[in-house]
Write a protein that binds this ligand. Sequence first.
Ligand SMILES: [Zn+2]
Length: 216
Amino acid sequence: MAYSTVVHFKEGMGPGDKLLEVGRCPHCAIASPNFYKIWSDVWLAGGQEGWATYRCNSCSGVVSATMTLQNNGQMPVLELFPDAKRAHDDIPQPARSFLQQAFETLHAPDAAAVMAGSAVDAMLKFHKLVDGSLYARIDEALKQHLLTEGMAKWAHSVRLGSNRPRHADAEKPHVSPDEAKQSVEFAEALGNFLFVLTAKIDRGIKAAEQAEQHAT
Ligand SMILES: [Zn+2]
């Protein structure tokens, strides 16, 4: 993992005051966040694993990290909680990069809703649903049993794109932070449903078949 922090010596050994190289704050999505230490374990020896917590200077959100002390004095972070969201590798391009941009623009709700809409659009296109409006194609996906009734209903309740699909909402052109979050959650769930789960099932079947071959 790319995160790192620097050891210093103060009442034993502990991680540095700054958490470096985190691309974006998982809470507010600001780029190159300034994370300062609020607490950490004390390290007594190299190789030891421990915990530290850091606070984002922009949003005051807290992350916790497990890290290990290496003999060269570096403390690479093993895991960060919560971690910045990443669009799953099993989601095909360009849907994956649209979804990634949706994650990264949550602080700008209009942009996030547009990116969520583009991600959903690309996912449907991958399944050869290209004609008509986004919401018409979602209905078509339901007809083709690509989506469940629940997924289609959910799609219609979130804002995919900056314009509201319903005329009654014309006087509210902007997407609220909550609406943006919901539309990005839907796009992520659709990606999981259409691609990630399918790929996982395929890999599971293959692994089971291989295990059977080895057993015989
Ligand atoms: Zn933050």
